[in-house]
Design a binder for this molecule. Structure first.
Ligand code: G3I
Length: 368
């Protein structure tokens, strides 16, 4: 194991400093994109302009291939959104194929695209029990080695994009459906304190970045959303540098939340002095009967409802979707069935869901 840690450049017990690895690509340090810079690039009539007028960040998760190769994808995402989330490019598995090696090519592509278009970057995700490199899950590292690996990972990744990634999903999906802390290699090594440690490490690497805990099913009442509230409350009470909570919102038409519950769950978090954001919204339509037009109409109502709740919640600072075109979405791969969960169809035509968001944003001045 030590040979792996040597190649990672970590400091071992006794203060022995081992050689650091060198990233395979380099990125110039640039200032963080400001809200004013983002606003200046918003085209009149776009979602981006409408959200900016409401003081809201509107974002979408993106993939590297179409950011490089699909000109329509590039044009729509840069004109309609003020922020992009790295769908997979900043996951540990994507970044590190071999022990001690980091390849930032995909992430750099997205961060550079954002900079060229005056967009923010939401970094996803530093600590997750999934999408870990095989070398990390296959090997049996000691707890001390895992602590060093976590320190090294967060320091390397957040440090590289210091001033360029303005918000981070620091810890993703740490609570299970029974409201208990999930098992993960990080919890085994550091104990339950791994969550607080991750936030502290991220803050040390970029004190200006806004740091989020994010999870799914937080829009419902029950043990999971209550446990997340308690976890976050205890982090705030302990002075851990956490700035907000992300509601993923992977929704399905046959299992929708009550809007009052959703808003109450947001408000109890903002009452702690935190921001809340919608971080991964999509609305799956494959599970219900109806014509395509009927499904898209029901889907639009859900998007509109969620935007309304965010606009009505002081402290809800962003609405982000998990992709923006039905041409690129994780859902068909996951369910084995076609779907159309996003704001634009596969030909990049805006769907009723897009119109519903625009309608809510147009009304934001009456709601605030
Ligand atoms: O790029 C390879 C391709 O070369 C290969 O041929 C193919 C074969 O399976 O796999 C491709 O990689 C896939 C990658 O998505 C890109 O499409 C991975 O197998 C697949 O596991 C990966 O899935 C991602 C998943 O997280 C796991 O990391 C999804 O795209 C991504 O949308 C999904 O996102 C998660 C969030 O991180 C957390 N919240 C839930 C959300 C949805 O599951």
């Amino acid at each position: 194991m030590i040979k792996h840690l040597v190649s990672m450049g970590v400091t071992l017990a006794g203060g022995l400093v081992l050689a650091a690895c060198s990233p395979q690509t380099s990125l110039p340090v640039v200032p963080t994109v400001t809200a004013a810079a983002a606003a200046s690039q918003a085209e009149p009539g776009s979602l981006r302009a409408a959200a900016e007028a409401c003081g809201l960040v509107i974002g979408a998760a993106v993939r590297t291939d179409p950011i490089l190769n699909d000109s329509q994808y590039q044009a729509v995402v840069s004109s309609e959104f003020s922020s992009i989330t790295t769908e997979n490019a900043l996951k540990f598995r994507t970044l590190s194929a071999q022990p001690g090696e980091y390849n930032f090519q995909d992430a750099d592509t997205i961060v550079n695209f954002a900079r060229e278009h005056g967009m923010r970057v939401h970094g996803h995700t530093l600590v997750w029990h999934k999408s870990l490199p095989d070398w990390l899950t296959a090997e049996s590292f000691t707890p001390d080695e895992l602590v060093l690996l976590l320190e090294r990972h967060i320091g390397t990744v957040v440090g590289r994009y210091r001033g360029q990634v303005s918000t981070w999903d620091v810890v993703n999906e740490a609570i299970d459906s029974e409201g208990k802390l999930r098992e993960s290699i990080w919890r085994q090594a550091l104990g339950d304190d791994y969550i607080a440690q991750a936030f502290r490490l991220a803050h040390d690497a970029d004190p200006a970045a806004q740091l989020f805990y994010t999870d799914y099913d937080m829009e419902f009442a029950g043990v999971k959303s209550d446990a997340i509230y308690e976890l976050v409350r205890s982090l705030v009470e302990a002075g851990v540098p956490i700035n907000g909570v992300g509601f993923q919102l992977h929704l399905r038409l046959d299992h929708l939340p009550d809007m009052d519950v959703m808003q109450a769950n947001m408000q109890r978090l903002t009452a702690l002095g935190l921001q809340v954001q919608i971080t991964e919204m999509d609305v799956r339509v494959q599970d219900v009967n109806g014509t395509p037009a009927e499904k898209l109409s029901r889907q639009a109502a859900v998007y509109g409802d969620m935007m309304r709740v965010c606009l009505q919640t002081s402290g809800c600072s962003a609405v982000n979707t998990w992709g923006f075109t039905d041409a690129y979405t994780w859902i068909p791969d996951y369910t084995g069935k076609p779907d159309m969960p996003l704001l634009f169809d596969t030909a990049y035509t805006p769907k009723p869901a897009y119109t519903a968001l625009q309608a809510q944003l147009a009304a934001c001045h009456n709601q605030n």
